[in-house]
Design a protein around this ligand. Structure first.
Ligand code: GLC
Ligand code: CA
Length: 567
């Protein structure tokens, strides 16, 4: 071997050793509690169309996000989850992907993406991508080939079946977005299956070639620097191979279809095999998997962690999004269930598919106070919160008033019973100018009049704003071990107005009391079961609407207390 060649091999060996070591370091990067980075992190969902528009075409883009990375760092979030920004005909605003390994020109280029990742790294903000597993766009080259003939290479990548008889779909399954879940395609005289829009044909996950292509896609993005994925609609990946009819339930839904139990096209056990595989790959890169796990009870949610914690690290708990009124007993119940589930809880209050919680809990008079209360609740729980852009400034839904203004197709189909999801997807409110500082052009969705008062610029200057409360809470979480690591202990379980609990870690104890009523309330706490004297209670948040008199706490309407308690 020439000396040059020998040197080359030595360098190669060294390089691979450092690579293996850094991957190991990522894998075992846990604290003394065995907690990983994502358990200390606060995630923040960005809807790219609506965050910041750098080229003034009315639609947000990646350069826009990059330009606001300093804001995200200053706010105190650790990771952003971007809803899909891959090439897409935008029928479902990106959830109809036509190429998994590129960026839609409307959002920028792969170079813009790399730049965003670099800027995120510089500012300690990790990037999580959205992975649409269940379906592609009908314009994806796989589907175009699939539909071209019964013998095409990709035919079996989707779910094709003959009709039952002329004009009759293979079974009674309905689409989540209205009508039959089957669409007839005259090219080959068969139907294809779509759980969502007809433009979103379902992939056939029973085909190993599909599996491989999808797994490779995650590797490709990990290598590009993404810190994990939010997996879209995981419960819908598999369906009954025999296509049995779903049981029909009484009544019709908002889209006018007969109600049915989705027994034969959701929540198949095979989903868990795929999740275990995806997790194995994620672990190689120290990445996190968040799941859009739509379940209506904790037991169903629990399964998504995997029997040995080997599936999703963060299945999202949507139970809070179903609570439609401010109710201490209701939240207490949901928290208890999540906390006892055995897995690390993941709390969600708002997202791009649900009415913003500013509207859900607001009473029209004390909305800002209530927004601060809700922030104080879910940023002080044991678990990882996933925020939705704009909630930190008290953004409200701006719902369309007329059918012809609706952009989200499901809102047109379901109008007026289901008005779609435009209302919660309006542009981020950066300042009080005409387009809220989002764009110099008319944005794709209108900003509400409230942007004049509820915007980043104004709230940065106001010490009592919702934004300042978020910032204080987020920095408290980072620095206070009890809030970060501590166990959750419920207090005063029969109080129907004040939700109270402790977070306890080693010698540190934090008491949280939240008045969920419009009346002033008093609360006292018996801390003897925790062997605490409770002699001194010292507030950690100022101007939060609570006063402490010895061991009694007075709370203003919707007032909150976050306090340190002496041992
Ligand atoms: C998920 C997304 C939603 C989308 C659907 C279909 O539920 O959150 O926005 O419409 O999947 O991809
Ligand atoms: Ca743009």
């Amino acid at each position: 071997m020439t000396p040059k060649k020998a040197l080359f091999y030595v360098l190669l060996a060294l390089a691979s050793l450092t690579m293996v070591q850094s991957l190991r370091a990522q894998k075992h990067d846990v604290d003394s509690e065995g907690h990983h980075w994502w358990q200390h992190a606060v995630f923040y969902e960005v809807y790219p169309r609506s965050f910041a528009d750098s080229n003034n075409d009315g639609i947000g883009d990646l350069r826009g996000i990059t330009s606001r990375m300093a804001y995200l760092q200053d706010l105190g979030v650790d990771a952003i989850w971007l809803t899909p920004c891959f090439p897409s005909p935008q029928v479902d605003f990106g959830y109809d992907v036509s190429d998994y390994q590129d960026i839609d020109p409307m959002y920028g280029t792969l170079a813009d993406f790399d730049q965003m990742v670099r800027e995120g790294k510089r500012r300690d903000v990790r990037i999580i991508m959205d992975f649409v597993l269940n379906h592609t766009s009908d314009q994806h080259k796989w589907f175009l080939d699939s539909k071209s003939s019964k013998t095409s290479t990709h035919r079996n990548w989707y779910i094709w079946r003959d009709g039952q008889s002329k004009g009759q779909a293979p079974n009674n399954w309905t689409s989540n977005f209205g009508g039959s879940a089957w669409k007839f395609d005259p090219t080959t005289n068969q139907y294809y299956y779509h759980f969502f829009y007809a433009e979103q044909p379902d992939l056939n996950w029973r085909n190993p070639a599909v599996e491989k292509a999808m797994y490779d896609t995650t590797r490709w993005w990990y290598k590009r620097g993404v810190a994990g994925f939010r997996l879209d609609a995981v419960g819908t990946m598999f369906e009954d191979p025999d296509l049995r009819d779903n049981p029909v339930l009484p009544g019709t839904n908002a889209l006018g279809d007969p109600e049915q139990e989705r027994k034969y096209n959701t929540e198949f056990p095979e989903v868990h095999d795929a999740l275990r595989d995806l997790r194995t790959i994620a672990d190689e890169y120290g990445a996190v998997l968040i799941g859009e796990t739509v379940t209506d009870n904790i037991d169903a949610l629990k399964r998504y962690y995997g029997d040995h914690g080997n599936e999703l690290q963060m299945p999202m708990n949507f139970m809070f999004t179903y609570v439609n009124k401010l109710s201490a007993p209701e939240f207490r119940k949901q928290i208890a269930a999540a906390d006892a589930s055995g897995g690390w809880p993941v709390y969600v209050l708002s997202n791009h598919d649900a009415v913003r919680h500013y509207n859900r809990y607001g009473n029209g008079k004390d909305n800002d106070q209530i927004a601060k209360l809700m922030a104080t609740l879910y940023l002080t729980l044991r678990g990882t919160p996933v925020m939705y852009y704009g909630e930190e400034i008290g953004m409200e839904n701006n719902d369309p008033k007329r059918r012809e203004d609706v952009q989200d197709p499901v809102g047109r189909i379901g109008w007026p019973k289901d008005i779609g999801r435009d209302g919660e997807r309006t542009p981020m409110q950066w300042d009080g100018s005409t387009n809220a500082g989002f764009s110099e052009t008319k944005p794709w969705l209108p900003v509400p009049p409230s942007h004049k008062t509820h915007n980043v610029e104004a709230e940065s200057k106001d010490p009592n704003s919702i934004l300042q409360r978020y910032k204080r809470l987020l920095s408290l979480r980072k620095t206070n071990p009890a809030l970060r690591e501590g166990k959750y202990v419920v207090l005063n379980e029969t109080d129907s107005n004040v939700l109270s609990y402790l977070r306890i870690y080693e010698r540190q104890v934090v008491l949280i009391a939240l008045n969920m009523s419009a009346e002033p309330q008093k609360a006292t706490f018996d801390l003897s079961p925790q062997h605490l004297s409770g002699r001194t209670i010292k507030s950690l948040l100022d101007a939060s609407g609570a006063s402490i008199h010895g061991q009694e706490v007075s709370l203003e309407p919707f007032g909150t207390l976050v306090a340190e308690v002496s041992k």
